[in-house]
Design a protein around this ligand. Structure first.
Ligand code: UD1
Ligand code: CA
Length: 456
């Protein structure tokens, strides 16, 4: 089929400089949700109608296989579809979607296609409709003897027509050759002075083309975003749907209303996630791993049995099986932890590889560093990787013990099994197996007395 996505509207009520369809839902532009759903139907042509916001829309979502047509000025939904005409393949039907209706499922669209006669035939016009308690604002589906005969817009409707509760969601599918013909006949002689796409229904009936309808699985599939209030409502619905899927897969969520997934979260068996965690990008959590409350995790691979304690921030990192992270740890891009590594509170790791069974449990910065196995990094240890201009690497070999409050001024290497005394500022390589320290000698001053308060 052909898919046309209407995305030229201005979205004034968003009160934003960003074009409406680019506002993110679950971290992804509204329009990208619609494009991804359209793609799931393997369309032969996919055309996005843009206008308001200029080239920002095509620039943000451009990808192979997507055509863009500019609609300027915006003279209505029928006028919008007219801009797509040169891009439409006559041999297959045309599906119209809205760029600001992000949650329609491919399943519902497939049912709409089936009700139009399927991809090959599709000689009927079919509309996705819903019954609403309060249909105010929507185009009403007018039926005679049960058959759809036309759609009347709220502003053009009589009082009696306004009592109809079955509404046009805007999503419809039409035989393409006929659609092109009907579009040519549209006029803007109506209450809004617009070319209404909805007028093609009466044209179809006049041409003897059967008009059918399909209904989505849920009303939220057809809800559009016109304001930040509606955007926030759809975000919650979408997040709840994702949370329910995770629960069905066996993931334990302390509260399915308090998790946000802005990307793809894949979980193994017996994963438990506490409240208020945010997952971004692609995050894989393997069997038996637990994520404490208030963690933000972006693009990470978390192996089996890992414990992430509360308040951790993790980005572009790999965490080996059995490792324990946090509370209050920060793993920055390029962190690769092997198995059974412990990264404790107020420890920051960046662009570093830490081998199995090594620990940095308190208050440390490990940057641009290669750490061997069974290394103990004491509290307050800092790799001084930056001289203000260039960055240098630190190498800490297996079985090293680094005392508290040590600075390793890179480039520097600590040999296998070495011990660094507390408070050392290491500026040269430390040899294997020996104690290295830089520290002024401790002295005690005989007979020293504390000062006393002077009398006035
Ligand atoms: C439209 C339908 C109405 C339906 C409602 C569902 C028409 C005439 N009316 O009304 O029956 O119940 O949607 O929400 O079709 N757009 C453009 N270019 C334009 C005008 C609109 O691209 O010139 C896009 C908008 O960005 C939006 C969509 O089309 O994504 C719908 O436009 P909107 O103005 O919201 O339509 P409604 O008047 O609400
Ligand atoms: Ca609308």
């Amino acid at each position: 089929m052909n898919v046309v996505i209407l995305a030229a509207g201005m979205g004034k009520r968003m009160q934003s400089a960003l074009p409406k369809v680019l506002h993110p839902l679950a971290g992804k532009p509204l329009l990208s949700h619609v494009i991804d759903t359209a793609r799931a139907l393997s369309p032969s042509r996919l055309c996005v109608i843009y206008g308001h916001g200029g080239d920002a829309v095509p620039e943000s979502v451009k990808a192979p296989g997507i055509a863009f047509a500019k609609q300027e000025p915006q003279l209505g939904t029928g006028h919008a579809v007219m801009q797509a005409v040169p891009h439409l393949d006559d041999k297959v039907p045309t599906l119209v979607l809205y760029g600001d209706v992000p949650l329609t499922t491919a399943h519902s669209l497939q049912q709409l296609l089936d009700s139009a006669g399927g991809n090959k035939l599709a000689d009927k016009l079919s509309i996705l409709t819903v019954e609403l308690e309060n249909p105010t604002g929507y185009g009403r589906i007018v039926r005679e003897n049960g058959k759809i005969v036309r759609i009347v817009e709220q502003k053009d409707a009589t009082d009696e027509e306004r009592t109809i509760r079955e509404v046009n969601t805007g999503i419809m599918i039409a035989p393409t050759v006929r659609l092109k013909k009907w579009l040519k006949t549209l006029s803007n002689d109506n209450a809004q002075g617009e070319y209404y796409l909805t007028d093609i229904i009466a044209r179809a009936v006049a041409d003897g083309v059967e008009v059918t309808s399909a209904q989505p699985g849920a009303v939220w599939e057809t809800l559009g975003v016109n304001s930040k209030v509606q955007l926030a409502e759809l975000e919650r619905i979408h997040q709840r749907n994702i949370a329910d899927k995770l629960l069905e897969q066996g993931v334990t969520l302390a509260d399915p209303a308090r998790i946000d997934i802005r990307g793809t979260l894949t979980c193994g068996r017996d994963v438990a996630i506490d409240v208020n965690c945010v997952f971004e990008g692609t995050v894989d959590v393997a069997d038996g791993a637990t994520i404490g409350a208030h963690c933000v995790i972006r693009n990470a691979r978390i192996a089996a049995g890992v414990q992430i304690k509360p308040f951790c921030h993790i980005e572009d990192a790999i965490i080996g099986a059995g490792s324990i992270i946090g509370p209050y740890a920060r793993l920055r891009p390029g962190t690769e932890l092997a198995n059974d590594v412990h990264i404790g509170n107020f420890v920051e790791v960046k662009n570093s590889q830490i081998a199995a069974n090594s620990k940095a449990n308190h208050l440390a910065y490990v940057g641009d560093t290669t750490v061997g196995s069974r290394v103990n990094i004491g509290a307050g240890t800092i790799t001084c990787n930056y001289d203000g201009v260039n960055k240098f690497r630190t190498v800490i070999e297996d079985d090293v013990f680094i005392g508290s409050d040590t600075q390793l001024v890179a480039p520097v290497r600590v040999g296998k099994g070495a011990t660094l005394g507390a408070g050392t500022t290491l500026t040269k390589d430390a040899p294997e197996g020996q104690l290295t320290l830089s520290r002024s000698k401790q002295i005690t001053i005989e007979g020293w007395k504390r000062p006393v308060k002077l009398k006035k």
